[in-house]
Write a protein that binds this ligand. Sequence first.
Ligand code: C2E
Ligand code: CA
Ligand code: CA
Length: 398
Amino acid sequence: MDNKDFNWLTVLLVDDSPAILQYVSTVLERNYNISNIFNATSAAEALQILRQSERINLLFIDLNMPNIDGIQLLNLIQKHGYTGYLVIMSGISTRIISSVELLAKKYQLNYIGTLLKPIDETDFESLFTKIGVSRNQKHSNESLKTYEIIRALKNDDIEVFYQPQVELSTRKFFGLEALCRIHHPRLGIISPDRFIGKAEESELIVHITWVVIKKAIADWQKLHQMGINIELSVNASPTALQQPEFADIIFSLLDQANMPAKNLCIEITENILADNQIQELMNVNRLNMRGVSLALDDFGKENSTVDRLQKLPLTYLKIDKSYFTDLRESIGQLSIISTSISLAHELHLKTIAEGIEDREILKMATEMGCDYGQGYHIGRPMKAKDILPWVKQWRAKT
Ligand code: C2E
Ligand code: CA
Ligand code: CA
C-alpha cells in the first residue's frame, strides 16, 4: 500500500472555526489523497452527519465548541457507537488534553492523537503512520492473491510444518500432522487460512496438496531412517479427492518411499459427503482398502449426522479445536465433547482432540477418554528439523 494513499478514509471534521476546517481539509486532500470530507461547525451538525453517513471512519474534533464541552461531545460520539479513528484538536493546555485522552480510551474510542493549535502540516504525519500500521495489521489475515500462490508454487516456496500428536493415556508420541505454509518473499511465513480458501477456488489446491504430500512423505522417510516410526497425517481438500487418480498417486508415492500404508492418514472434511461425490467416495474407499487411515477433520464444526459418518470408512474422528479452546468459557462444551467421544467409540472410531492449549485441557481430554491429542501445549506446528529436539524434550517431560 502506498503510504500516502488514504482515499479509503471518509473524514468528518468538527470545529467551529471555518478557517481551521478549510486548512485541515486542504492538508488531507493534498497530502493524503482523501477526497471524502464532511465538515460540521456544531456538535448537533456533527451527530447528524454521523447518523447519515455510516462510512465515516476518521473523526477530527475540536474540544472547545460553543454550547458543549469536549467531554460531552466524546460521550455523545461513544453513545452513537462510532468505531473509527478519533483525533482531538485543541488549543487548550496539555493537562486538560491528557485527561480527555484518558477519557477517550475509557470510552474505547479509537483515539490516535491530538493536533495542537496552531496546527502544522507535519503534525499529521504521526497520525497517518498509526492509521497505516493498524490497517496493515488488519490486513494480516487477508487472503493472498492468486498470482502470489502461483509464484509460491513456481519458486518452491511451499513449506510443510508438522504438529505432533500424542496418545493421551500413555503420553506417547504417536503422529505428525503436516500443515502447509507459504514462504512469502515480503511477508514471511503465511498461514494456510490466508491461501487454502483461495486455492480451493481453482485447481491450485490440487497442486498444493501434492507438493505438501510429497514433501511430507520425504520427511517421514528421513524420520523413519532415524528410528522414529510414527503416523503421518495430511489434509486433503475435496477438490483434490475429486481427481480420479488420487488414490493411485498415493499408492505409488508410498511404494517409492517404502512407506507402509498404515503409517499414512488422510484428513478429510465432512463436506465431501454433502454433495455425494462418487469420485471422492471411490478414492477414500480404495485408500482404506489398502490400509491408509482416514480421519474426519473438524468434527462438530458443521452439522454431522451419524448416518453420514457411517457412510465413510473412517479410523479417526478429530474433534474440532473450538470445543476445547472454548472449554475455559463454557462448561457446556463438556457434554458435547463427551457425547462426541461416546458416539465415536460406538462407531469404533478413535478420537483425536485438537486445540489442547494448556495442561488443564490436556487433563480433561484424557479423563474424558479421548484417545489422542494435539495442540500448542503439546507442540506447535514446527519445521521438520525441529521434530527430533521436540521428541527429546517431550520424552524428558513425560
Ligand atoms: P486443521 O486441519 O484443523 O489444522 C489444525 C490447525 O489448528 C492448524 O492451523 C494448527 O496450527 C492449529 N492449532 C494447533 N494446535 C492448536 C491449539 O492448541 N490452539 C489453536 N487455537 N489452534 C491450534 P493451521 O496450520 O493454520 O492450519 C489451518 C487450516 O488450514 C488447517 O486446519 C487445514 O484445514 C488447512 N490446511 C493446512 N495445511 C493444509 C494442506 O496441506 N492442505 C489442505 N487442503 N488444507 C490445509
Ligand atoms: Ca487437519
Ligand atoms: Ca481440524
